[in-house]
Design a protein around this ligand. Structure first.
Ligand SMILES: [Zn+2]
Length: 198
């Protein structure tokens, strides 16, 4: 884990898509971090959120696909909070993650159990399933009741998103809020003497 990576932003525990977007960026102070920087880190990140079993093995290719999905989600979340149009490739990326696994429950026959229905997902498709779950969550978040509460942190250099717990919330964490207030107080103090010089 990188440094003291803040507490999860509001909404990140309920929304794996929000957590994924926030898994890389600049932390307070501008230092970059990436919680999915290796296949092992990506596996641990998913396991911590019950998205895969702890013994799951992700390869570099899977990690790369998650990182690509993350970039697409960041594009969509950014478009949502700025009011701009998202890139078509980001929309496409989300939709292909949504549909990369068969959604239909297939009919099976077993002499002992008789007819059963279950999804067809071999263990080799672990990452596809995770991506479908995350993409589904993102699609619901962007288009559902909570869409208007999805916001980006207004602290300088912080790139996290969060779900507003109240209408005026501007920061992803108290740490960001404190940092901004401290910076404002500092610039006010400096502004007085320089104003006198002029
Ligand atoms: Zn923040």
């Amino acid at each position: 884990m990188t440094e003291t990576l803040l507490t999860a932003a509001p909404g990140a525990q309920e929304h794996p898509s929000l957590a994924l977007v926030n898994s890389a960026g600049n932390a307070a102070g501008g230092r970059g971090y990436d919680e999915l920087s290796t296949p092992e880190a990506a596996t641990a990140w998913l396991a911590a959120r019950d998205l895969v079993r702890a013994e799951a093995v992700l390869y570099e290719h899977c990690q790369g696909r998650l990182v690509t999905l993350r970039a697409d989600l960041r594009d969509l979340f950014t478009a949502h909070t700025t009011g701009d149009a998202p890139t078509t490739s980001a929309v496409h990326g989300l939709n292909s993650a949504l549909t990369s696994v068969p959604g239909a429950l297939l009919l099976r026959f077993d002499p002992q159990a008789g007819f059963t229905r279950r999804a067809d997902h071999p263990v080799t498709q672990v990452v596809e399933h995770v991506m479908a779950v995350i993409a589904d969550d993102a699609a619901s978040l962007l288009s559902g009741d909570q869409a208007s509460q999805l916001a980006s942190c207004e602290a300088d250099s912080c790139q996290r998103f969060f779900v507003r717990t109240h209408a005026r919330r501007q920061w992803c964490s108290t740490r960001c809020g404190d940092r901004v207030r401290a910076a404002r107080a500092y610039s006010r103090k400096r502004a007085i003497p320089s104003a006198q010089v002029v």
